[in-house]
Structure formats: C-alpha cells, structure tokens
Design a protein around this ligand. Structure first.
Ligand code: F6R
Length: 327
C-alpha cells in the first residue's frame, strides 16, 4: 500500500463534499446547524483511525488552529463540550467505540462528520442525513492513513479552523521522501531485533511516536513504550539507570528548533548513563511534511522488522477478536 500513498492522498482531497457548512439537520427534535460557530473539534476514533487525531493535534503546535483539537479515543465523549464539531473516523465503520461516540454526539445535538469506508458508521450516519466522507479500502486501516488524514485536513480548512491548503502537497513530498529511505529503514529495523523499543519523542511530535508504537504492535507484533518529553524527562528518564538489557532507545528528532535542542540535552543525559540511543531525524520543510515523513518512514521500519522476524504483518487477530465481541 505504501507506494500508493501519494496518489491516495491526492484522491482523498476530492472525497470531501463541498457544501459541508450548509448542512442543517433535525435529529430527534434537535436542529443541528453545521454553519454555526464552533469552539472545538473533537476527533473520535481508535487505533489506525484515531491516530489522525494525534497527528492533527501535533500540527496544531505549529499551525494557527482557531479552536482546540480534542482527541477522544473512548466509547463516549468528554462532558464539558460547548459547541464542538465532531469528526468520527473509523476505517471499517464497524468500531463500536467510534459508533457509540458518534451517536452520543448526535444525541447531544453536535454536528458530526464521518470518515469511513462504509460499515455501520456509514449506515447510521447517512441514514440520518449526516455527511460521510467515503474513502477507498486498503489492506488494513493503518495502510490507508492518507485516505483518513487528508479528508480531515480538508474539513479543518472548510470550517476555517486551520489554513492547510498550502501544505497539502508538501505532505505528499514527505511520503515520497520516506519511500526513498527504505534501506535506512531496514537498517534501523535490524537494530530493533530482540529488543523492546523505548521511543523518545517531543510533545509536538507525540502523534509520530504513537503511530510508530502502534505500527510496531500491529505490523511487527512487538511491544514498545513511548516517552513524551519534556514530561518523560521528569520520570521515564530515571529508569535509564537500570540496565534492562532488552531495551533499545530510539529518539525521534524534529528539525532543530527549541524542542530539538531539548532532545539533544536528553540524548546527552541518557547516553551518559550508558544508553546508546538510535537517532531518527525527521525531514521536512513544513510541519505536515515532517509529520508525514515520520509516520511513513517509521511505518516502513516496522514492516522491515516484521519481515526480519518472520511475522505476518497485516493480520491482527487479537484486535479482530475483541472487536467482534464488542459488536
Ligand atoms: C490498524 C488497525 C486498528 C484499527 C482499530 C480501529 O490497521 O487495524 O488499529 O484501526 O481497531 O478500527 P477502525 O480503524 O476500522 O475503526
């Protein structure tokens, strides 16, 4: 799927209906007006779909986002919402938590937009006249990331939350650049064999770290922990003293800004305690390019690791079993 990501991203921009702000619905006697002022965006979804919320929330450390983005990975929504726009993302459309959250949003009278390949989410939302962005299928949800992320970016633009149009193409450049680094990715994967990766990442790249952890879990069937700094520099870092042989430190570094400088200090300190961190430099001229470069490159690392371990990367049986029980 990865080589298809550039075209998938481009096509996905076109999947978003033009006239979202003119939607007005009456559901259970409540009028839901998509043109009304909103004061937050809630992104609800799980796993490979929910990570879109993490990535957008990272980008809002760099962009002038007009309202806060709240990432909700739960079967219900936070109580204290006033006038949110809810984006419910489920690749399959059959994730119980996301369907419950979308239903709760509608029963509270909030505007909801679905992003999905179909499933129950599409049926429930379309049946009520709620806008749904239908996206094409991939081998598994995580392999369809651009089809989930790009429509969400366009929705932010259409609702005047962030100006993203100028950066969309750079995100695709980020994918293309990552695809040129497959050999480096295989090298990094080799260093991760027989380890539990500890992923160090700064707050504004938390989504890249989460996605890497998730891809390690799902593609390579590997445990991994993530430490988000500065916070992790006030607790996780203390554990570096104990030499737990199976740990391998991976530091994800953004372009050198003040967070990059912070991470250099962190690397100095953990190295002085004998850790030998592997440094992954994120490349990119814009925040979106850097973010997408990171998730694409690290995703390829996890696929290479799966291959080295002789693990089948696509299927995730324990997840499927749990989801079937919840449905
Ligand atoms: C990723 C993956 C899972 C799902 C998660 C939610 O490839 O398989 O992380 O993304 O179980 O399912 P969807 O995305 O269908 O809502």
């Amino acid at each position: 799927d990865y080589p298809k990501w550039p075209s998938l991203a481009r096509e996905s921009i076109l999947n978003v209906p033009m006239d979202l702000r003119s939607v007005r619905l009456s559901i259970d006697g409540k009028v839901i007006d998509y043109g009304a002022e909103i004061d937050s965006v809630v992104i609800t979804g799980m796993g490979g779909s929910g990570v879109v919320g993490d990535l957008l929330s990272d980008l809002c450390w760099f962009w002038d986002c007009r309202v806060p983005i709240i990432v909700s990975k739960n079967m219900r929504l936070p109580r204290r919402l006033s006038r949110p726009l809810v984006i419910a993302i489920s690749y399959s459309g059959n994730t119980a938590e996301t369907i419950m959250s979308a239903n709760e949003a509608l029963s509270r009278g909030y505007p909801v937009i679905g992003i999905t390949t179909g499933g129950k989410l599409s049926a429930v939302l379309s049946g009520k006249g709620v806008p749904v962005v239908l996206i094409p299928k991939a081998s598994a949800p995580r392999y369809g990331l651009p089809a989930l992320l790009y429509p969400a970016l366009i929705i932010l633009e259409r609702f005047g939350i962030a100006s993203v149009t100028n950066e969309l193409e750079s995100g695709i450049t980020g994918i293309e650049n990552a695809l040129k680094h497959v050999d480096d990715a295989v090298n990094l994967a080799r260093q991760l064999v027989d380890s539990i990766p500890v992923v160090w990442v700064t707050e504004s790249r938390r989504g890249v770290g989460i996605r890497f952890k998730n891809d390690l879990n799902e593609n390579a069937k590997y445990y991994s922990v993530i430490s988000v700094v500065p916070e992790g520099a006030h607790n996780d870092i203390a554990a570096v003293i104990t030499k737990q042989g199976c740990l391998k430190h991976v530091a994800i570094m953004g372009p050198s800004d003040y967070e990059g400088l912070y991470e250099e200090v962190l690397i100095d300190v953990i190295s002085s305690f004998g850790a030998r961190p592997i440094i992954v430099k994120l490349e990119g001229k814009t925040p979106l390019e850097t973010e997408i470069y990171g998730v694409t490159y690290l995703g390829i690392v996890t696929l290479a690791l799966a291959e080295l371990l002789g693990v089948e990367p696509v299927s995730t049986e324990p997840i499927d079993r749990l989801k079937n029980l919840l449905n």
